[in-house]
Design a protein around this ligand. Structure first.
Ligand SMILES: C[S@@+](CC[C@H](N)C(=O)[O-])C[C@H]1O[C@@H](n2cnc3c(N)ncnc32)[C@H](O)[C@@H]1O
Length: 451
């Protein structure tokens, strides 16, 4: 290709093919091309485009055309050529990231219920905690798909508190099911939902309202069914050993005879459910950045894996097999940054699936309830979840925020903490008192009608 044919002035550089030719031609003369200025190009004259980006497109073009339509592919190419800078490794890294981002944006467009103002408020300023007052189902329905990297919560335990009064257990489970379905949509792919719930003692109100109808209700089992019904995979169940709890309910020690005995309830579940939405989009090889990949076996249910078919890739096995990877392994590699390192002490504390944690004490020595009718979980639960399942700046949502323990802990760990609480008094107490007492700052209140 002759250099004079590629005179920049004669070319339409808004056309990615011509832009590409221009850059490729410039490669002939130097190892790194200067990027031509364009109307909205904010790069400085010293930014360089590594020629390896052209290589990626050269090898991947045919495959990219299978994934994106012509218009999208052109936009993608233009963006890559405008914004991707640096040496070969950072070119590969940026290309791979730009590709994943585009695939995600296109997926998100399929959901039409999102409210851009709400999403803007909730996902901007990752270092400000966000407090939302209202029904989490309404908020969730307005949030972008796959926009939150971790959910941590403890739902109302059916009618165990005076703030929650469902007619029957079925009404309660139906409502929780609608919420969990929406959580699945909003949670990012290959990410977990950490869900703390207890198997409480209550009347299911299916047959009778009398106190004889009271029984142990295996909420943990019911929730597991609901989560799986909506596509989540059950992965872990930590048993939270609460030690000697304040309640003496059902000890029945004054009737030391057979069939009178029930244990005091001193455990709760801390479930870990994962979302693995099967996504068959081919992804670029993390080693060479090229999209010349073939579908491999599923590495686990909902996780499609790929094998690089670029014979010039920088990593090939002894048997000349290409790099094998999946969107999930890519995500795990991305999170391996020093800022996300998890301390050994924390890992040791949660090494076993029975974890002893002291419950939050609500009743003081004078018998007074110091925390109103909320039932906060110990901060160790969100602390563990946030550190072990997310990286710095990622978003953590608690749809049943109560005293906003999760949101506060996420903020402490430099994550974007988002909490939704329905009860006005609890929301008010948290926003006006709890945040300032623990963090010395007030959260960003999204939609402030409560005042
Ligand atoms: C068990 S408490 C959560 C405790 C919380 N983990 C903490 O540490 O404070 C459950 C909370 O969910 C709230 N809630 C119940 N239904 C809700 C809904 N549909 N949307 C938002 N919050 C809800 C209740 O008001 C209650 O504060």
């Amino acid at each position: 290709m002759k250099q004079e044919r590629l005179n920049r002035k004669e070319l339409d550089l808004q056309d990615p093919e011509q832009y590409y030719l221009w850059l490729t031609a410039n490669d002939d003369t130097s190892s790194a091309s200067k990027v031509p200025p364009s109307n909205d190009d904010t790069s400085s004259a010293t930014d360089v485009l590594h020629p390896y980006l052209h290589k990626i497109f050269e090898v991947s073009d045919k495959y990219l055309k299978r994934v994106f339509n012509e218009k999208l592919l052109n936009e993608f190419k233009m963006d890559c050529f405008r914004y991707i800078r640096g040496n070969r490794n950072s070119t590969i890294e940026q290309f791979v990231k730009a590709y994943y981002d585009l695939v995600k944006r296109e997926y998100q467009k399929q959901y039409t219920g999102a409210d851009s103002d709400l999403n803007q408020s909730v996902f901007s300023e990752p270092h400000a905690p966000k407090a939302l007052w209202g029904n989490c189902l309404d908020f969730l329905r307005r949030m972008d798909s796959e926009s939150v990297q971790l959910m941590v919560t403890s739902p109302p335990y059916y009618n165990a508190r005076d703030y929650s009064q469902w007619q029957t257990l079925d009404d309660y489970l139906d409502e929780m099911s609608s919420i969990i379905k929406e959580c699945y949509r909003v949670l990012d792919n290959h990410r977990p939902f950490v869900f703390n719930v207890g198997d409480i003692f209550d009347n299911d109100n299916r047959h009778t309202k009398s106190s004889w109808g009271k029984r142990r209700i295996p909420l943990g089992a019911y929730f597991t069914m609901i989560f799986e019904e909506h596509g989540f995979q059950f992965v872990d169940d930590f048993i939270w050993d609460k030690g000697e709890v304040q309640t003496q309910r059902h000890k029945n020690g004054n009737k030391p005879y057979p069939l009178y005995q029930y244990p005091v309830n001193c455990y709760e579940h801390i479930f870990v459910f994962y979302k693995h939405r099967l996504d068959k989009t081919p992804y670029p090889c993390p080693i060479c950045g090229c999209l010349k990949v073939n579908g491999n076996a599923y590495s686990r249910v909902g996780v499609k894996s790929w094998e690089c078919k670029n014979l010039k890739c920088f990593e090939r096995s002894a048997g000349n097999r290409g790099k094998r990877f999946s969107a999930r392994t890519q995500l795990m590699t991305d999170l391996q940054q020093s800022e996300n390192l998890v301390e050994e002490d924390l890992l040791r504390k949660w090494r076993r699936d029975v974890v002893k944690l002291a419950p939050v004490i609500k009743i003081n020595s004078k018998g007074q309830n110091t925390l109103g009718h909320t039932a906060p979980f110990p901060k160790e639960i969100p602390e563990y979840a946030v550190r072990v399942f997310t990286g710095v700046n990622e978003s953590v949502l608690d749809p049943f925020a109560g005293a906003f323990t999760t949101t506060i802990e996420a903020f402490r760990q430099k994550r974007n903490g988002i909490g939704i609480e329905l009860n006005r008094t609890m929301f008010r107490d948290a926003v006006l008192t709890r945040f300032s007492n623990t963090l010395g700052t007030r959260p960003k209140e999204v939609e402030r009608e409560w005042i």
